[in-house]
Write a protein that binds this ligand. Structure first.
Ligand SMILES: C[S@@+](CC[C@H](N)C(=O)[O-])C[C@H]1O[C@@H](n2cnc3c(N)ncnc32)[C@H](O)[C@@H]1O
Length: 201
């Protein structure tokens, strides 16, 4: 019998593109940093006509995600254990991803660690390559310094624009916002998320 892990966790061969993990050509969405799996297990249920890949670097978190996923409820979800960076352009066909969700990327608050932040120009250029023009990128963080950094990086990049009047909002820009474990924890400690929504031009 196929275990849920075999169903959900994909391990593409060298040079194989992640677009081929689903048979169909339906719209493909990506979550980066799936954490304990609240978003990747719940949001796709409301979007059965779309496919989703959750990219998560930590094996422990992949296991957390697997505990929330079921083959019956989440046939349109796959996970990959991978560190997302500018190399993402080698994992997908150009202009093949319809949208990206990034909730609470690690803020790396110390100045000397800022270069480790996910959102920076080389990553955004690679993201722009894999995204279909018009695709949206939703980002949230409760770290106000990182929120300002994220907006600056996106708006400095020629391939993206903000879809919000105020690029940083204090309320979710999705009707079906999924409150993640990390968001809930941070809210309990008095830290409220900032929500950003960008479009691939
Ligand atoms: C602060 S947690 C937030 C998790 C989840 N999105 C949430 O809101 O609860 C950040 C998550 O992203 C993962 N992560 C951090 N950097 C990553 C990267 N470059 N590629 C893939 N996963 C990453 C971490 O392992 C962790 O699970």
């Amino acid at each position: 019998m196929i275990s849920d892990r075999d169903f959900f966790v994909v391990e593409p061969a060298e040079g194989e593109l992640l677009n081929s993990v689903f048979d169909s050509d339906t719209p493909l969405y990506l979550e980066i940093g799936s954490g304990k799996g609240e978003f990747i297990s719940r949001y796709p249920i409301g979007h059965p006509g779309w496919n989703f890949i959750g990219m998560e670097m930590s094996e422990k978190r992949i296991i957390n995600c697997l505990k929330k996923l079921s083959v019956e409820k989440n046939p349109n979800v796959r996970l990959i254990r991978k560190f997302a960076d500018a190399g993402i352009s080698e994992l997908f066909r150009g202009a093949s991803v319809s949208g990206v969700f990034i909730q609470h990327p690690d803020p790396w608050p110390k100045r000397k660690h800022h270069r480790r932040r996910l959102i920076q120009q080389d990553f955004l250029n690679s993201l722009a390559y894999i995204l279909i023009p018009g695709a949206q990128v939703q980002v949230s963080t409760d770290h106000s310094g990182y929120a300002a950094w994220i907006v600056e990086e996106f708006l400095q990049n020629p391939h993206f624009t903000s879809l919000q009047d105020d690029p940083i909002q204090l309320h979710p820009n999705l009707d079906e916002h999924i409150v993640t474990w990390f968001e809930e924890e941070q809210r309990r400690h008095g830290y409220h998320p900032h929500f950003m929504l960008f479009e691939r031009i």
